[in-house]
Each structure stands twice: as C-alpha cells, then as structure tokens.
Design a binder for this molecule. Structure first.
Ligand SMILES: Cc1cc2nc3c(=O)[nH]c(=O)nc-3n(C[C@H](O)[C@H](O)[C@H](O)COP(=O)(O)O)c2cc1C
Length: 523
C-alpha cells in the first residue's frame, strides 16, 4: 500500500474514533463514496485529489470547526478544542471570530541538517494555527528524521523523490511549487543555499525552489565555519539580492562539542513568527516584463565598476580605557546594504563601528570605534559613486577622556563634559565638487515627527536622499530584523511597508543603482 494512503487511513481512523462517525457515513460525507474506508483498509490507494478532499472535509468537520456537518451521535458540534488558534499570533487568537480565521498553506522543504528535528515541533505549531504544511524532504534530511513522523504531524503526504511516478502523476513538482502560499526551507543547509544561489534543479527540493513563483523564506542552520565561509557568504548575498527572505541563523552553541557562533537554526517561536508574518503580507508582484533578464539590463551587475561606501553600526565614544558611550545599533541594516551593493557588482567599502556581524563576502571592511575615526575612514575611502550613511553615529563625545580607569571613591562622582562629534553625512554631502559622491544617502533615526525631521535633515545636511525610521522602543527596529522607513527625496516622500532589513537594503540599493545608471556614466 502506498505510504500516502496509509497515512491518510491513520488520520481517518483517528478522526472516526474522535467523532464516532461510521466509515460509510464518513466516506459518503467526505467524497460521496461509502466504500472509501473499506477500500483503504484493503490496501487500495487513492488519488491525491481524493486525499485532499478527505483532509479538507476532516479539517472543516473537526470538533469545534464544524459548520453544517452532522455531528456524530452523542458528540457536541463544537468540541472542547474550540475553534483553535488561527494564523495569528497566539495572543491575538482570542479575539478571532471563526469567520476571521485564515487558512494558508506552506511547502516546507526540510534539508539534511542536525536541526531537522526542530521541524517536527514547527509543523505541529503551524497546524495549531491552521497553516497547512506540505513537506518535501531532501534525501539527506531523511537520514535525520523520517518521512513517517513528518507525515504524521503534517497530516499530508511527504514528498521525497523527483522521479517518483505516483507523486509526479498525482501532483507534479511544478504544482507543488505553486500551490503553497509560501515556500519555507528549514533547516536550510549550506548545500541547499548553494543550490538555490546557483539555480540547480537536480532533486525535488531544488526543482520546487526553482519553479516556484511564491515568496521563499529560508532558515539556515550549519556549523559557524560553514556559515562564515566565503562561498556561503556569497550565496547568501546573491539570494538576498534575489529577494529571498531569511530568518536567523541564531548565534550560540552548536551540536558539535566546543563549537559556537552564528549558525544555529532560529528557535521555533521565531520561525513561526517569521512564517506567520510573511503569510500575512501581500505576495510581491512578479517582475514586470521590462525587469526580466534578457529584456532589460538585469539587476545583477548594475553596479559593476562602481564604488559604494557604506557606514554601519554604532560608534563607541570612550570615557576612559574601559568605559564608553554607545547606542543600540546592531549594524544589521548597514551590513545588509553592503551585501546588496556587492551582490549588484559594486566594489564596496563598509566602514563599521563595533558589531557582532561578519562582513559580507567580497566587501572591504574598515573597522572603527569612534565618530572621528569613522569620518577619517570614510574620507580615506573617497572617491565613490554612492555613499550610504547607515551608522548610528554618536552626536557627542566626552571632552576629555581619562587615560586611566576613573576610580570610584577617589574623587566626587565624575561629571562628563560632552562636545559635538563631526557630522559625517554633512561633511561628505557638502564636500567640494569632484570629492562629493554623486549620490549621498543618509538615515534619520527619530522617535517622533519622523518625516518632518527627516525633510529638515535632508536640506540642512545637503543629502540627496534620507531614509527616515522611527526607532522608538515600541518599533523594535534598533537591533531587530525589520525596518519601517520613509524615503525622503527632494521631490517626494515614499512610505515603504514594514520590511525585513534585507528587503529594505535590496530596494534601496536597486533604486540607487538605477539612479546612478540614469544620471552618470561608469568611469
Ligand atoms: C551528522 C551530520 C550533521 C550535519 N549537519 C549539517 C547542518 O547542520 N547544516 C548543513 O548545512 N549541513 C549539515 N550536514 C551536511 C549535509 O547533510 C550535507 O551537506 C548534505 O549533502 C545536505 O543535503 P541537502 O542540502 O540536500 O539536504 C551534516 C552532515 C552530517 C553527517
């Protein structure tokens, strides 16, 4: 008997036990076939279409989700499970009316990593939120967890083989790629990232990834050295430039004893939040014909021959040899911008304040601590075609830093006198012609009157564009993975939707590259 039919029969038996429906009534109600269960028990197969109909029937008729389906004798129409959590943060589900529940489906591609076991919990939690999961496992993934456990939790057939005649006849890899609302790759192995970046299609997972027209969210998990390897850095930058969304990896202990660093699969609540969040967002429009490679200059290579300078991260302003004034900037936005510029072919100089993040592959990294050092490094890096100032530069520094650690009790509580730091954005934007980059872009982090202040800042500093964001604590932007910005130019103010920082970077760099192509020639 085919594993799909066996899995379906297991689910049906559990449903019958729970509802008390007879096999005949069940078959008639589900697919108008009173012999369905008898045939399955005899070992006969069913088509995927029938299996889908049966599962849809069970979903809509489950105790608590039942509407218009006869309850089995002695059973309540709305069982103790109630409507169950929907595709919403668990905290929000209490207010949901049944009609407001969302039903979405993801294709979950499970790669062959040690973290594959976490997918089992992820699937369970997704289903609790009424997200359908159709799993695709790579050959390597099956060495870590079995299709049987994945299928038992997803309640669906698990797809493993590109050349399985039954699977291909029933659904086909193209439909598999298109029927989901979102493709999730978790854990995404170094190998899968490489295949995606290279456009390979030699197994079911990579075929689906290449054939899909849906958003793709990947959750990488691998040894830190694999993650930091130049090849993986390159692949990640390419995928980000292609619009693939990332969640994680987290930094921490690895399964291998004594290994730590970036590479842990994001924890299940984080994966869940990223998936639910992505499912709640509109699907990006497919590229316009003019954007398709072959009909227009493709984005890749749009910055070839150009030099882009990006600042990133916080600055640390010393008080004494051990203490400093800092801010909460993580450097994620600036690093993502540098990665995008590199992915479009630019020579990139990333001038970064102290940050935990690794520099993207192929980017020239200059590390600095203070605002004064940052200005000097940026000035040294000129000339450039685009300068993007994403660093959170301290406005002030301590007037007189102590060369020795200030001792507690040796004097009265010290008073810090502050002096203003150089304004890097203004200095570069107002540089003399020939020194001034053709396109100067600043960031304005504000906690109130965001657009109004950004407009003033753009004029006062002489910048071409300002990306204004609200960094008040409620937004979670400082240190977080998302950003919500307004693009302020001389002509216009554009409100961009709330986006992952990688997507903000992709849009900004693509826009800047196009501006440069339209206004200047490569020298
Ligand atoms: C015990 C063990 C653990 C592994 N863990 C990972 C991992 O966490 N991440 C990764 O990228 N590769 C890992 N690998 C290597 C992959 O399994 C290997 O590259 C495989 O070809 C990936 O296949 P896939 O990308 O088709 O799933 C591991 C291998 C072994 C033997």
């Amino acid at each position: 008997m085919h594993t799909m039919a066996r899995a379906l029969l297991t689910e049906i038996e559990a449903f019958l036990a729970e509802t008390g429906l007879t096999p005949t009534k069940f078959g008639l109600a589900a697919v108008n076939d009173g012999h369905l269960i008898a045939n399955l028990r005899r070992g006969n197969s069913v088509t995927l279409k029938t299996a889908d109909r049966v599962r849809a029937f069970m979903r809509s008729s489950a105790p608590g989700a039942r509407a218009g389906v006869p309850a089995a004798p002695g059973k309540e129409a709305a069982g103790p499970r109630g409507p169950g959590p929907a595709l919403m943060p668990a905290s929000a589900t209490a207010n949901l009316s049944r009609g407001a529940e969302l039903d979405k489906r993801i294709a979950l591609i499970i790669g062959g990593g040690i973290a594959a076991y976490k997918c089992l919990d992820l699937i369970r939690r997704l289903r609790e939120r009424r997200v359908g999961v159709r799993a695709i496992m790579t050959r390597a993934a099956q060495a870590f967890i079995t299709p049987l456990s994945v299928g038992a939790l997803s309640g669906d057939h698990v797809f493993t083989d590109l050349f399985d005649l039954d699977e291909e006849r029933e659904i086909g890899h193209i439909r598999l790629a298109r029927e989901a609302d979102l493709i999730v790759v978790a854990p995404a192995t170094a190998d899968l990232l490489a295949k995606m970046a290279g456009g390979h299609a030699d197994d079911l997972a990579s075929c689906v990834l290449l054939a899909t027209d849906k958003p793709v969210l990947v959750a990488p998990a691998m040894n830190p050295r694999m993650w930091l390897n130049a090849a993986t850095r390159r692949n990640v930058a390419l995928l980000e430039a292609d619009g693939v969304f990332f969640v994680g990896p987290a930094v921490g202990e690895m399964a291998e004893a004594g290994e730590a660093g970036p590479g842990r699969l994001a924890e299940v609540p984080e994966l869940l939040a990223a998936i639910v969040d992505r499912l709640g967002q509109p699907t990006p429009a497919p590229p316009a014909p003019a954007d398709l490679p072959g009909t227009h200059r493709s984005a890749a290579g749009l910055l070839a021959g150009r030099h882009v300078v990006v600042t990133s991260g916080p600055t640390h302003e010393p008080i004494d040899p051990v203490r400093y004034i800092a801010n909460r900037s993580s450097g994620k936005q600036g690093t993502a911008i540098a990665a995008q510029a590199r992915a479009l072919g630019a020579r990139v100089t990333l001038v970064s304040g102290p940050s935990q993040l690794a520099a993207p592959a192929g980017v020239d990294l200059v590390t600095v601590e203070t605002a004064q050092e940052m200005l000097a490094a940026v000035t040294d890096a000129l000339p450039c075609d685009i300068a993007i100032f994403a660093a959170a530069v301290a406005d002030w520094r301590v007037a007189r830093t102590s060369s020795e650690k200030i001792k507690k009790g040796a004097q009265s509580t010290p008073r810090l006198e502050l002096v203003e730091n150089p304004d890097i954005l203004k200095t570069i934007a107002r540089a003399p012609p020939g020194r001034r980059p053709p396109l100067v872009i600043g960031f304005a982090a504000e906690t109130a009157h965001v657009v109004e202040y950004a407009k003033k800042k753009r004029k006062a500093k002489g910048a071409d564009w300002i990306l204004a964001n609200d960094v008040s604590p409620k937004t979670g932007i400082m240190g977080g993975d998302r950003n919500s910005v307004h693009l302020v130019t001389a002509e216009d103010v554009e409100a961009w939707p709330d986006l992952p920082k990688a997507e903000v970077a992709r849009r900004l760099v693509a826009r800047a590259a196009q501006w440069l192509a339209d206004h200047t020639a490569v020298t």
